[in-house]
Design a protein around this ligand. Structure first.
Ligand code: TMP
Length: 207
């Protein structure tokens, strides 16, 4: 059985990842590919339970280090229960956020040391890196306005302030430069249709 492809979407708040993930998954399925759509934190029963701890409450509820441990605990369960079995069965996995979010949010944004995050990543993710990572990039003010305008109730990360979100955006830029073989920056300004055509321009060559 050929291993499936592993595609992740990344980006700051309000970048429109969920819409793009949904559209890509629908189109891949329509073209006959078996696809598991999932998200982080979450994507398995245990990981969703941990998600509830990290996305709600006060902005300073967890330190960046503790938050990283919670994210990697949820990721470990998600990999064991959902991602690895799907890839091994030949399905593609399209995931809304993955380990780059920990580098960006807990590392660049929150100040956890890169070596700490990288040690967790080596231990938990190992060789199961994404084949392709699309980083949706948007000016911080535009993204936060979109995210807060959605009226969602779990707003712990959205409430962390502009400087945090600017470090986050810079952090994703740094990730794209550091891992050019798997990362592609996507301009997330404009309509969902505009952004989706940029997504397809990157995904189509690997189909
Ligand atoms: P979502 O809004 O994209 O569903 O993600 C939930 C929040 O979790 C989002 O604000 C980003 C944050 N997050 C991290 O801080 N670190 C991580 O490793 C992941 C996967 C998400």
């Amino acid at each position: 059985m050929t291993r499936g492809r592993f595609i992740t979407f990344e980006g700051g708040e309000g970048a429109g990842k969920s819409t793009q993930v949904r559209r890509l998954v629908e189109d891949l399925r329509a073209s006959g590919i078996d696809v598991v759509q999932t998200r982080e934190p979450g994507g398995s029963t245990g990981a969703e339970a941990i998600r509830a701890l990290v996305v709600s409450g006060e902005a300073d509820r967890w330190s960046a280090r503790t938050e990283a441990l919670l994210m990697f605990a949820s990721r470990s369960d998600h990999l064991e229960k959902t991602i690895r079995p799907a890839l091994q069965a030949g399905s593609w996995v399209v995931c809304d956020r993955f380990a780059d979010s920990s580098r960006a949010y807990q590392g660049a944004g929150g100040g956890a040391e890169p070596a700490f995050i990288e040690a967790l990543e080596r231990a938990v993710v190992g060789a199961d890196q994404p084949d392709l990572t699309l980083i949706l990039d948007l000016p911080v003010a535009v993204g936060l306005e979109r995210a807060l305008g959605r009226g969602q109730t779990d707003t712990r990360f959205e409430s962390k302030g502009l400087a945090f979100h600017q470090r986050l955006r810079d952090g994703f830029g740094e990730i794209a430069r550091r891992f050019p073989e798997r990362c592609r920056m996507i301009d997330a300004t404009g309509s969902p249709d505009d952004v989706y055509s940029r997504v397809r321009a990157v995904v189509d060559p690997i189909l």
